[in-house]
Design a protein around this ligand. Structure first.
Ligand code: GDP
Length: 421
């Protein structure tokens, strides 16, 4: 375990612009590739008569994982700079990238936006920047990648920089704190060391920029919120709900409540990594045991919180959402599935209250008849089954959601207000 300050980092950008390659490069340059992975690849390479090229081993390994469809692939990798221990919370490369980004980005403090110099701003660049803004990413570092493909030309870099700056201005992302760096993830330019290929650039390397990010605000003093992932029965112990603590702490002796199942009791034991612990906090994956709770009393999608400050259950809620992709238009009455923390519940968009101008965030139209792809709106939503949610202004970890229909993520958003049952 690192005793450095921690940051969650999202790597975002258009497909093929080099996100995975950059993650591989960051892991490699910071010596964060597990020794056994390098060893294994070294042995294989030596057997085949080619030594050296450790970076190639890293990339092979990532590519292999991706081919096998392993979802952990490049997300949840860790690396350190002098100041920080970074966890990559998401790197949208797979099928559910938008949904992952929603859950990932809501937890990410800052992000690296990768834009290929030879392609510039592309559809997913827009989409991700828009989401990052909606979901509250603080600072962006923009890596203008694949500089090797444009012969490290300053003019090309400036062109892409201007294009991205325009985009950030459009969505009102504060460009003052955005830093731009010409990089090649593949060749390693300006990642750990200033590159001779970009003599015209005198700014930070990517690792310096990451190291200079502002400290993350300390975890809120929000009450315990632990979305339940699964419920097991373990002989000798009984019912064991498991999940990740989003906010607050859990200790044996705490009185807890599960919502919306609306049952509760006293926590007897808390386990992490198969060992009992006296206390667990934000980010910890725990299994625990509550006096008097049976396997059928609670389920995935419940949220566990203190009995005297229980998780909110929404009769209706107001939300700000962004429509990512929808084949036609969304009108009131539409009932897709909302994915929030570990819950999946069909919810009816009861009314579309305001359409927002995505470039300014200001109200563009009151009570519009419909919204469509690219629109941002304030809507009132009625879950068809009880759903526990919190206003993102109070507990952001429990305040964002993705909207899915027809096998696609069609919208993402955050909860503004919860009208409790
Ligand atoms: P992702 O979809 O954004 O994760 O992109 P990948 O990391 O998979 O990269 C897509 C392709 O671009 C791969 O063939 C990479 O080898 C290549 N690539 C990534 N970064 C660079 C770079 O800096 N220079 C060059 N020439 N190719 C790169």
């Amino acid at each position: 375990m690192s005793d450095k300050l921690h940051q969650n980092l999202a790597i975002i950008g258009h497909v093929d612009h080099g996100k995975s390659t950059l993650v591989g490069r960051l892991l490699y340059e910071t010596g964060s590739v597990p020794e056994h992975v390098i060893e294994q690849h070294k042995e294989e390479a030596e057997e085949k008569g080619k030594g050296g090229f450790e970076f190639a081993y890293v990339m092979d390994n990532l590519a292999e994982e991706r081919e096998r469809g392993v979802t952990i692939d490049i997300a949840h990798q860790e690396f350190d700079t002098d100041e920080y221990n970074f966890t990559i919370v998401d790197c949208p490369g797979h099928r559910d990238f938008v949904k992952n980004m929603i859950t990932g980005a809501s937890q990410a403090d800052n992000a690296v936006l990768v834009v290929a110099a030879d392609d510039g701003v592309a559809p997913q660049t827009r989409e991700h920047v828009f989401l990052a803004r909606t979901l509250g990413i603080n600072e962006l570092i923009i890596g203008v990648n694949k500089m090797d493909l444009v012969d490290y030309e300053e003019g090309k870099y400036e062109e892409v920089k201007d294009e991205v700056t325009d985009l950030l201005n459009q969505v009102r992302f504060d460009t003052e704190n955005a830093s731009f760096i010409p990089i090649s993830a593949f060749e390693g330019d300006n990642i750990a060391e200033a590159s001779d290929n970009t003599g015209w650039y005198s700014g930070d390397t990517l690792l310096e920029a990451l190291n200079d990010l502002p400290e993350v605000e300390p975890p809120t003093d929000a009450p315990l919120r632990l979305p339940i992932q699964d419920v097991y029965t373990i002989s000798g112990i009984g019912t064991v709900p498991v999940g990740r603590i989003e906010t607050g702490t859990m200790e044996p002796g705490n009185n807890v409540s599960f919502q919306p199942s609306d049952v509760g009791g006293e926590v007897k034991t808390v386990e992490m990594h198969h060992e009992e612990v006296p206390s667990a906090g934000p980010g910890d994956n725990v299994g625990f045991n509550v006096r008097g709770i049976g396997k059928d009393d609670i389920r995935r999608g419940d949220v566990c919180g203190p009995a005297d400050d229980p998780p909110s259950v929404a009769e209706t809620f107001q939300a700000q959402l962004v429509v990512m992709q929808h084949p036609s238009v969304i009108t009131s009455g539409y009932t897709p599935v909302f994915h929030a923390h570990t819950a999946q519940v069909a919810c009816t968009i009861e009314s579309i209250d305001q359409k927002l101008d995505p470039s300014t965030g200001e109200v563009a139209e009151e009570n519009p008849d419909f919204i469509q792809s690219g629109d941002a709106a304030i809507v009132t939503v009625r879950p068809q089954k009880p759903l526990s949610l919190e206003p993102s202004g109070e507990i952001p970890e429990l305040g964002s959601f993705a909207v899915r229909d027809m096998g696609q993520t069609i919208a993402a958003g955050k909860v503004l207000e919860v009208n409790e049952r």
